[in-house]
Design a protein around this ligand. Structure first.
Ligand code: SAH
Length: 347
C-alpha cells in the first residue's frame, strides 16, 4: 500500500484501535498502548513506540500513517511572541502563535486553512477557505506550542485561544474532537476553563454549543452593535444578523451561565461615535458579558484605520459608567505579522 492509500491512524477512536488489534489476533490492550503514544505522547512515528514490539510496529507501518504537522518556520518577536508556519501533511500551511505574558503563556491556534467568512479587516479572509483542519492537526499545534513554551519560557502552556486562522464554529465537529483530546486525561489534560473559542458569530452553532454543554469559554468578534455597520465590515452579518446573534447569546448564557467576551476594534470613521458606543452598551446588556477592545493591526487597506485615543477613551469611560468590564488589549507580535487578523501565510 502506498502512503497515500493508508489510513491516518489518528482518525480511529480508541475503540476502533482496540478492535483493530483484536482482529489481528493481538490483545486489545495493545490498542490502549498505541493510543497513548498517538495522543498523550504525541508520537510522530511508529518507530518511536518503544514498548511495542518490532513486528507490531512493522504491521502498523504497513497499514497506517501518522499524518502529523511540521513546524516549517518559527519567527520570534522582540516581545517574546513566537509565530509558527505549520505545514500539514498535504503541504498546506496554517499559522499558530505563542503569546507569553508574565503570568501565562497562551497558544493562538488555527481551525481552518484560510477562512469561510469575509471580514473586510482581516488578512486571513483574503485567503479563500481551502479546508477544515482535522482534530489531530488542531491538537498538534497545541502540542508544538506547549513544547516551545517549556523550552523558551520554562513553563507549560497555560491557555488556548481559537483566534488563529479560520472560523472555529464552521469546523465544529473537529474542533470539539480536538478539545476533547486537549482536555482529556488521555491527551493533555488541560482545563476547558483555560480554552476560549472565538467566533465571528454563527447563531445556529452557538445554540448547538450551549445544547452540547461545552465547558470552554466563548468570545464573539462583535465590532459593532449596529446592524448596518456590522454588515458593511462583516458582510456575512446580512445572513447571520445581530438579532439572531443576540438571541443565540441569550440562549448560550441561560444554558451555560458562562459570561461572554466581546472582541471589538474601534476604527476611525466606522464605529467611533457615541452612537456606536451606545449600541455596544445596549448589546452588552442582553447577557452578562465583558468587552475586549483590540488594537487594529493594519493589513494594507486604506478603508480601516485605528481610531483616535480619544475615541477609545470614550468607549472605556462609557462602558465603565454603565457597569461593563472593559479591557484594552495591546497587540503582540506585530513585527512578525503574528497579531490578530494578520495571519495570512506571508512567508
Ligand atoms: N473567526 C474567528 C477567529 C479568528 S479572528 C473570529 O472571528 O472570532 C480572531 C480575532 O481577531 C477576531 O476577534 C477578529 O475580529 C480579530 N481581527 C481580525 N482582523 C483583525 C485586525 N486586522 N486587527 C485586529 N483584530 C483583528
Amino acid at each position: 500500500m502506498d502512503s497515500l492509500q493508508k489510513k491516518d491512524i489518528r482518525a480511529l477512536s480508541k475503540k476502533q484501535l482496540r478492535d483493530f488489534f483484536e482482529s489481528q489476533g493481538d490483545n486489545t490492550y495493545r490498542g490502549d498502548q498505541v493510543y497513548e503514544w498517538l495522543w498523550k505522547k504525541a508520537a510522530h512515528s511508529f518507530a518511536a513506540m518503544t514498548n511495542i514490539s518490532k513486528d507490531t510496529r512493522k504491521m502498523l507501518t504497513d497499514n497506517f500513517v501518522i499524518n502529523h504537522i511540521q513546524v516549517d518556520r518559527m519567527q520570534r518577536s522582540t516581545d517574546g511572541t513566537i509565530k509558527n508556519a505549520v505545514r500539514l501533511h498535504d503541504g498546506l500551511i496554517v499559522e499558530s502563535v505563542l503569546i507569553p505574558t508574565s503570568s501565562r503563556t497562551t497558544a493562538c491556534v488555527s481551525s481552518q486553512v484560510g477562512c469561510s467568512l469575509d471580514c473586510k479587516f482581516c488578512a486571513t479572509a483574503r485567503l479563500k477557505k481551502m479546508r477544515n483542519l482535522n482534530p489531530d492537526e488542531i491538537y498538534d499545534q497545541v502540542v508544538a506550542i506547549d513544547k516551545q513554551s517549556r523550552l523558551y519560557h520554562g513553563r507549560p502552556l497555560s491557555n488556548i485561544v481559537f483566534m488563529g486562522m479560520g472560523e472555529p464554529l464552521m469546523n465544529y465537529n473537529n474542533l470539539l474532537k480536538a478539545i476533547d483530546k486537549i482536555t482529556g486525561i488521555e491527551g493533555l489534560g488541560m482545563s476547558p476553563k483555560r480554552i476560549t473559542v472565538s467566533t465571528s458569530g454563527v447563531p445556529k452553532m452557538i445554540r448547538k454549543m450551549a445544547d452540547d454543554g461545552v465547558k470552554f469559554k466563548l468570545a464573539v468578534s462583535l465590532h459593532s452593535g449596529i446592524e448596518s455597520v456590522r454588515t458593511s465590515i462583516m458582510p456575512f452579518n446580512a445572513t447571520f444578523t445581530l438579532t439572531d446573534l443576540r438571541e443565540s447569546l441569550i440562549y448560550w448564557y441561560t444554558k451555560t451561565k458562562s459570561r461572554i467576551t466581546y472582541e471589538y476594534v474601534v476604527w476611525k470613521g466606522i464605529n467611533d461615535t457615541q452612537k456606536d458606543v451606545d449600541a455596544l452598551v445596549a448589546f452588552c446588556k442582553f447577557a452578562p458579558s465583558k468587552v475586549n477592545l483590540i488594537e487594529y493591526n493594519p493589513i494594507d487597506d486604506d478603508a480601516f484605520k485605528q481610531a483616535s485615543d480619544e475615541a477609545i477613551a470614550m468607549y472605556v469611560t462609557t462602558l465603565e459608567k454603565r457597569g461593563i468590564t472593559v479591557t484594552v488589549r495591546r497587540s503582540r507580535g506585530k513585527d512578525i505579522d503574528a497579531a490578530c487578523g494578520q495571519l495570512a501565510n506571508k512567508s
